[in-house]
Design a protein around this ligand. Sequence first.
Ligand code: PLP
Length: 382
Amino acid sequence: MLSIQRKKFSLPKDVTYLNCAYMSPLLKEVENKGIEGIKLKKNPFLLSPSSFFEDSQKLRLEFAKLINIRDPSRIAIIPSASYGLAVVAANARMNRAHKMVVAGEQFPSNVYPWMRLSAESGATLKTVSPFADLKDRGKIWNQRILEAIDKSTKLVALGHVHWADGTKFDLLEIRKRTKEVGALLVIDGTQSVGALPFDTSKIQPDALICGGYKWLMGPYSIGMAYFGDYFEDGKPIEENWINRKFSEDFTSLVNYQDEYQPGALRYDVGERSNFILVPMMTAALKQINQWKPENIQGYCASISEKAIQKLIHAGFWIEDHDFRGHHLFGVRLPSGLDLEKIKSRLKKNKISVSFRGNSIRVAPHVYNSEDDLTKLVKVLTA
Ligand SMILES: Cc1ncc(COP(=O)(O)O)c(C=O)c1O
């Protein structure tokens, strides 16, 4: 069991930060790597051709470890979740007889690509929303998603948890169903990978796309993606020099190559060797691999358990234990409570959470303590 890790961060003492789903605070170690990266540019002679490749490879290895795959060449370095999803959309073969399935009120970066693909190909975009009735909400929502997947379905794009309220989607069952009908399974792991175990060898998604600045604890503007077999010979959304075969040989770059680097490396963003962001992201993933997502999940469950019971007792609604993440959960107010008043009380008490639709999104991590959640309960129930 993990103990509190607050000393590894620089969060001010008087701030209760329960908002990793918005943006993770920077680990001190990651901050140091960023500063080293900035300083390196003072002396560019220290950068050798191999610097463009070796650090990116270390980063791929660290992410491959996190999501349990053997082959790091399946991993691409991307600048944002939307970039990774654009790669998927550019390669998904869709026509007017086909259907794509998404969950209701999904994060826009995982909806707009499918809206465009639908407009361009004529494929139907089916959105599966939860029922308004809160009883067994997560369980029924999952069932409805499974029922929406039929023989015409060619792509299902989901998170592992819903970004706004942490509802967990049963990816193993959904994978089973998508395989039966021959649909791609595309996972936006931005709100889960790093804090919730994701075993690629078990879930076998066709693509897993993660923004890096939340649960991967990296800096802004770098993310990680896994691409499966379907994308083996696909088309990148840009053509940059380093993604082509033999780019390691700086003297022969104008011997233009038809072939790409192996696997998913063709999908790396231009200037993927970013000497500031790559070492920062690598240090963050190293730390997460040391902690391990299952321990982070266990820690978040242990510090939030009592608070959740108290809130439920006080009339707030929180998704069933089995159908939500412990690192991210939505708290719905009982009727009659004034959200604006609660917002200002939270602000006054320096408690940082997010407001998404009609729920308060609480997102703890290993720098939080049980006391932080007790403070939150006090303000919510005052
Ligand atoms: C589920 C999810 N996906 C993606 C993102 C970020 O998308 P992008 O990297 O395209 O800015 C967020 C940000 O809140 C998110 O919650």
